[in-house]
Ligand binder design. Structure first.
Ligand code: FAD
Length: 400
């Protein structure tokens, strides 16, 4: 292997070049990124950047001198427009030929058909700094979609004193990640923090950038309307390359792109083969991206692969950290473990387990960070209900 070309200079791209060097690769490395910014981190965009505690510099993962230190050639502000074998075509008409290509081009925020200019989405650093400034100059925010990003923007706006309304088509926010059973707890998290939460309410259209129409014929207006309804991979540039692009780039369990020799993909754009489900699965999680970069770098170099990691995702909302370890999508029942949140008590300090039969598949904590590391081990082994309950009692009693 003499030249590895990494397309996408975000988290997955930068972690891949770091891992390749850490694994001893001394050949050429080229990192291609569509944005002008050096690689930066996205989770702080809806947290520290929107709340104003960080400036834009703090989110940079590796600035240009740090990329030079790794001996990485970078092309920033250059979008890949085509792939021919392991040769990448760029929007300025040039090409970069490698022996291996790693694709980590992420996703773009989904929009609503007919969405007017002036309606906000949040995906990039430029989006975040502009939105922070707009929040400063506004009195009200309407968030369409109560997923993690919508929730974090709602929180940042409430903290700035704005009136905030969240429209969510499902019965509760964050239901896709956390499941329906704990919906009432999540609803309380929003309403107890002063959000006008309207669940089961779908937007039917826009009057303009500040006013939406609802199913009952009424309208809702706010200074800022933000659409947070998920994201989609932008894969048009791979048309004609032979790469299988459905919902994401189809990959095997080490990130090799199906039907494209010496091409790998990872991160939000990639749908890796999931042994447990027996299907391809695309996730949009920071930790998964980092774990996948470690796998891809070793696979590119023909080295032994690390053991699969337990998935982990977090979100900071209304002053508490929500942490999710494992795979709630594999569970068929929910077991309250710590706290009274599922029975109407305080949300903070609540921990719930997600079980398939009597085996633990996942754990969610709401403002309970000290418990999660211990419970993570039980998720990794798929512990039985009895073991989970007894360890939880010991945790509550401070025995372990
Ligand atoms: P990105 O980091 O998005 O990087 C992809 C890069 O590729 C981008 O810079 C893009 O411009 C570039 N690119 C795209 N197309 C091309 C092209 N054709 N040519 C060249 N370059 C291209 N996850 C969590 O687990 N917890 C959180 O709390 C959390 N918070 C988040 C908050 C926000 C606001 C956002 C947007 C995401 C958050 N995430 C969170 C998700 C997490 O940031 C992503 O999972 C992670 O960034 C994925 O890394 P990636 O490399 O796949 O994509």
């Amino acid at each position: 292997m003499e030249h590895v070309v990494v397309v996408g200079a975000g988290l997955g791209g930068v972690r891949t070049v770091e891992q390749l060097r850490a694994c001893g690769y001394e050949g050429r490395l080229t990192l291609i990124g569509a944005e002008d910014h050096p690689p930066y981190d996205r989770p702080p965009l809806s947290k520290q950047i929107l709340s104003g505690v960080w400036d834009a510099e703090r989110v940079i993962l590796r600035d240009k001198p740090a990329l030079d230190e790794l001996n990485v050639s970078y092309r920033l502000g250059a979008a890949a427009t085509g792939l021919n074998g392991t040769t990448v075509e760029l929007d300025d008409g040039s090409t970069v030929a490698g022996d291996a290509v790693v694709i980590a081009t992420g996703v773009t925020a989904r929009t609503i058909p007919g969405q007017p200019d002036g309606v906000w989405t949040l995906r990039t650093l430029d989006d975040a700094t502009a939105l922070r400034d707009a929040l400063d100059a506004s009195r009200s925010l309407l968030v369409v979609g109560g997923g993690f990003i919508g929730a974090e923007v709602a929180h940042a706006a409430k903290a700035r004193g704005l009136d905030v309304t969240v429209l969510e088509a499902a019965p509760s926010p964050c239901e896709r990640a956390l499941g329906p059973t704990i919906g009432p707890l999540v609803n309380r998290l929003f309403t107890e923090n002063g959000v006008d939460l309207r669940c089961g309410t779908a937007l039917t259209g826009f009057v303009d950038a500040h006013t939406v129409t609802l199913g009952d014929g009424s309208t809702l207006s706010a200074d800022i309307v933000l659409v947070g309804i998920g994201a989609t991979p932008d894969l048009g540039w791979l048309a004609g390359s032979g790469v299988d692009v459905g919902d994401g780039i189809a990959c095997d369990r080490s990130g090799r792109v199906v039907g494209a020799p010496n091409v790998w993909a990872l991160g939000d754009v990639a749908a890796w083969w999931d042994e447990v489900r027996g299907a391809r699965c695309r996730t949009e999680h920071w930790t998964t991206t980092v774990d996948q970069a470690a796998v891809v770098a070793r696979d590119v170099l023909g080295q032994e692969l690390p053991a699969p990691a337990v998935p982990y995702v977090w979100s900071d909302q209304f002053g508490l950290k929500i942490q999710l370890v494992g795979r709630p999508d594999l569970a068929d029942n929910v077991l309250p473990l710590i706290g009274e949140g599922l029975d109407g008590g305080p949300v903070r300090g609540t921990v719930v387990g997600y079980l398939a039969g009597d085996r633990l598949m996942a754990v969610a904590g709401f403002g309970a960070p000290r418990y999660l590391p211990r419970l993570r081990g039980l998720v990794a082994t798929g512990a039985h209900r009895g073991t989970v309950l007894s360890l939880t009692q010991e945790l509550i009693g401070g025995v372990v």
